[in-house]
Design a protein around this ligand. Structure first.
Ligand code: ARG
Ligand code: ZN
Length: 886
């Protein structure tokens, strides 16, 4: 049925398409057990390609009913079919190809192509889902103007949507109706979308800077009509921001968003018809946390920004995915920073990079932001392509500075509007507009792995000179044994006793442009390099990698005293946070050593006092205090321990618990005071001040519950009286993590009774339970698989329960009996063919098997081997398994 061994494709093998499609006309007939798709493609030979090639269209799981060339029905011997192609041997240079195919959206469990989510039809075509809809040149460098008509039962599917403008509609007899859509902007098939359903909409409008009146609509099921306001507001803010910051205006009279419950990813930027996972668009104070509100704002912005960085200028091939994703993530991160707290956003993004992306870059699936080969492109919608890709764009922004970067983006959009281009085209536009040479910088696109910057300082008191020695290296990654030095922007300052010292690099005139002489961006280009600072009057503490100026691991042997100095007095918020994290890590590692040595844990009072001082300083931003006092997670600790030879899940857990408890007890009064002080009395709004207060208050609640069991009463009171989901869910987490069995069960039951009709809240409930500690955890999770609230076909539920267990309950996932691994393996096996994308993503925690010392690593590998031996692996699952076992 499928090829024995899926094979890789390579960037170096890229060839321009042999044929181009100028116009694509699609007519859909939707029925309850199948759909008919009639496609008329106006095709011509690509003058830029080698002549004489046959026409080979992509197509999967299609039933071909008829095929005609320029109106003449083709006979059987004139074309040939395989599992994923349709080949027509002899075609003229220009012709019309008409096909009729039958597909079965109702049976499509992969959620790519045309499928059914609850009562509606919808599509997800990126990257290669369109070939499950009709025979086509399903590659991003083939761009066509689309005309689409959709016909369906009028009562069941009153709303019929596709890309572009509605140009006609008709009520038909037999209870059906039809809508005709035309998208004037040529686009690749991956941006095609269709929706048919019984949907309601909220409506608004936006006037662009050029005076265009745009009709904005968000389509949802009737029950969710009250949860669209925040997304609509976010959309309007995004549209304005893109005009103001990038000079990008929207280009049609209509912009639609549709919420669907069954969706593999977050959302999709289809031209003028964005389709969203309902978890990424629906919001209300009662059902959505602050974090949820922020996610919705960021994803609405992300998809909207794609209209320029993705749609107007798209990717030549899927190796270039980071061209649109890295740039668009950078754009949405800057938008979020402008809407809320810039430092907090930077800390959150740096945390994702350091915990999850660095792990990916150190694991068997490591790849450059522009991969040079893949088996299944769906496996490369990764933190590396998205988040590290955004960090690479951010470094260009840092190296060029804002004004030249904007000139570069203007040139990029102007030069490539309407084209399918490469990462190289983006870099060239940035160079051309700024005059900055990015030659060496390009290695960031081709080299995988996280660079390590090892820094040490040397102070010469007599000469008043400070030398900063910087070494860079990058560990080998699969297929890349040797690494070249990168151009790394290292933002820094020098901290003295009374604040930041003026910086004077030897042999360099002071920079007249920036009035600030206490902050510099060093260009690190060599494997080893020394920067010399003159007129340094006192021994400084270097403040390094300010603002997380590059996605690297920084190594500097700070003393705990120096970390305390940075954490309390540095100018840069990121460095202050990072110093607190480093201090905590050094304490956590020390305590883990004590535990492994059989000693009673002793937590350094210096750390406890420094934390207490932070907590008691009411002048600080509560959001930052919360981030600084949130200890690094067990997953991150495991990742770091693996680099030192092997992680031990139990001692990591015990060490973290011991330090948490010590900090909870040491600062109990301060925690209590903070808890009482940070009450929000205004009506709920997801704005920075309130979010900050709730964040610190709920962190206090976590510590209080650890300091003294009686404080669980505070959590129970908060749970019962909370007026918003942020506070209610935070209390539920504390009770379920720290309360007695009876307290936990009571809260979980009451939460379910309260929210059982709200799917998204029920998913949170599943996730909270997946993380409940104790021997019973696995049995509880298995039990929940049978609960009415669970559904293996719904990716959000799988992520909440199964992903929540594998990633959020380390001690029980890594049970000594291997039961956690076996459980995850069973789910992956069940989803392998049904939904390969989700199955493949669930594998991630097992791919880290090399990180775990002893039996755990062995058992993880054994589970991977068991899966690898199964017949009929999907290419998605096959690729991750085979690379993990290499
Ligand atoms: N382009 C979408 C986004 O970043 C992601 C869609 C990816 N979908 C997939 N099945 N791989 O917003
Ligand atoms: Zn995207």
């Amino acid at each position: 049925m499928r090829d024995a061994r899926p094979s890789a494709i390579y960037l170096k093998d890229y060839r321009p398409p042999a044929f181009l499609i100028q116009r694509t006309r699609l007519a859909f007939d939707l029925y309850e057990d199948h759909a008919l798709v009639a496609a008329t493609l106006h095709i011509r030979r690509n003058p830029a390609a080698e002549p004489g090639e046959a026409l080979v269209l992509h197509g999967q799981e299609l039933e071909l009913l008829s095929i005609a060339l320029d109106g003449r029905e083709l006979a059987g011997q004139e074309y040939s079919l395989t599992d994923d192609t349709l080949q027509v041997a002899s075609v003229p240079d220009q012709f019309t190809l008409t096909t009729r195919t039958r597909i079965r959206p109702q049976d499509n469990t992969s959620l790519e192509g045309l499928y059914k989510s609850r009562t509606m039809f919808c599509t997800q075509c990126e990257a290669e889902g369109f070939r499950k809809i009709t025979y086509y040149l399903d590659r991003p460098d083939v761009m066509a103007e689309f005309e689409v008509s959709v016909e369906a039962d009028r009562a069941r599917y009153p709303v019929l949507l596709s890309n572009g403008n509605l140009v006609g509609s008709e009520v038909l007899d037999n209870g059906r109706h039809r809508a005709d859509w035309h998208d004037p902007f040529p686009k690749p098939a991956y941006l095609f979308a269709l929706v048919a359903g019984d949907l309601r909409s909220v409506e608004d409008s936006f006037t662009t800077c050029g005076g265009r009146e745009v009709n904005l609509r968000i389509f949802v099921e009737e029950k969710d009509l009250d949860k669209c306001d925040h997304a609509m507001l976010s959309l309007k803010k995004s549209m304005r921001w893109d005009e103001e910051v990038y000079g990008r205006e929207y280009d049609l009279d209509i912009f639609n968003i549709v919420a669907v419950d069954d969706f593999n990813m977050g959302a999709m930027e289809n031209k003028s018809l964005n389709i969203f996972n309902s978890s990424c668009v629906l919001c209300s104070p009662a059902t959505t946390t602050d974090k949820g509100f922020q996610t919705v704002e960021a994803i609405v912005a992300h998809e909207y920004f794609h209209n320029w960085s993705g749609n107007r200028v798209t990717c030549r091939d899927w190796f270039q995915l980071s061209l649109k994703e890295g740039f668009t993530v950078f754009r949405d991160a800057e938008f979020s920073a402008d809407m809320g707290s810039r430092t907090v956003k930077r800390v959150e993004d740096a945390t994702v990079m350091r915990t999850a992306q660095f792990a990916e870059d150190a694991g068997p699936m490591a790849h450059p932001i522009r991969p040079d080969s893949f088996i299944e492109i769906s496996n490369f919608y990764t933190l590396t392509v998205y988040e590290k890709g955004a960090e690479v764009v951010r470094m260009i922004h840092t190296l060029l500075a804002a004004e030249a970067f904007r000139k570069g983006s203007d040139l990029y959009f102007e030069r490539h509007d309407g084209q399918a281009v490469t990462c190289e085209d983006f870099v060239v536009a940035m160079e051309d507009a700024s005059g900055v040479d990015l030659g060496q910088f390009r290695r960031w696109y081709s080299q995988a792995g996280t660079p390590v910057l090892s820094v040490n300082g040397e102070y010469d008191a007599d000469a008043e000179r400070y030398r900063l020695h910087v070494r860079q290296s990058c560990p080998p990654t699969p297929g890349q044994a040797d690494k070249q030095p990168l151009l790394i922007p290292l933002a820094m300052g020098l901290l003295g006793d009374a604040g930041n010292l003026p910086l004077q690099l030897a042999g360099q005139a002071p920079d007249p442009e920036t009035g600030d002489n206490t902050h510099l961006v060093l260009r690190v280009t060599e494997a080893e390099q020394t920067f010399v600072f003159e007129d340094v009057r006192e021994p400084p503490v270097p403040s390094l990698l300010r603002g997380f100026s590059a996605p690297v691991r920084l190594e500097y042997a700070y003393s705990r005293g120096e970390l305390c100095a940075l954490m309390s007095r540095d100018d840069d918020g990121f460095v202050r946070w990072d110093a607190a994290q480093q201090l905590a890590l050094s304490v956590l590692e020390e305590v883990e050593g004590q535990i492994l040595g059989g000693d009673a844990p002793v937590v350094d009072p210096l750390f406890l006092d420094a934390c207490t001082v932070l907590l008691e300083d009411a002048s600080l931003d509560p959001a930052m205090v919360a981030e600084m006092l949130r200890l690094p997670g067990e997953g991150y600790m495991a990742e770091l321990a693996a680099r030192r030879g092997g992680a031990r899940v139990e001692s990591i857990h015990l060490a973290r618990e011991a330090v948490l408890k010590a900090l909870a007890e040491h600062a109990e009064n301060a925690w209590l005071d903070t808890y009482r002080r940070n009450v929000v009395s205004e009506p709920y709004a997801p704005e920075a001040t309130q979010v900050a207060a709730r964040s610190l208050r709920n962190l206090s609640l976590e510590y209080l519950a650890l300091a003294r069991p009686e404080h669980i009463a505070l959590a129970r009171a908060q749970f019962a009286s909370a007026g918003n989901m942020t506070d209610q869910l935070a209390a539920l987490r504390v009770i379920s993590q720290r309360g007695s069995d009876a307290q936990r069960d009571e809260a979980l039951d009451s939460f379910y009774r309260q929210w059982q009709s709200e799917t998204l809240v029920v998913n949170q409930w599943l996730q909270v339970q997946a993380a409940v500690p104790g021997e019973q955890a696995l049995a509880r999770v298995r039990g929940l698989l049978e609960h009415a609230a669970f559904d293996l076909r719904n990716p959000n539920k799988v992520r909440a329960l199964v992903g929540g267990f594998a990633n959020g309950n380390p001690l029980q996932f890594h049970r000594a009996d291997g039961g956690g691994y076996g459980f995850l393996g069973e789910i992956i096996e069940a989803l392998n063919i049904r939904n390969p994308q989700i199955a493949s993503r669930l594998l991630t925690p097992l791919t880290r098997w090399r990180n775990y010392a002893g039996e755990q690593g062995v058992k993880m590998r054994a589970e991977l081997e068991r899966l690898a031996a199964l017949p009929d692996l999907s290419p998605d699952v096959f690729e991750v398994l085979s690379k993990s076992l290499e």
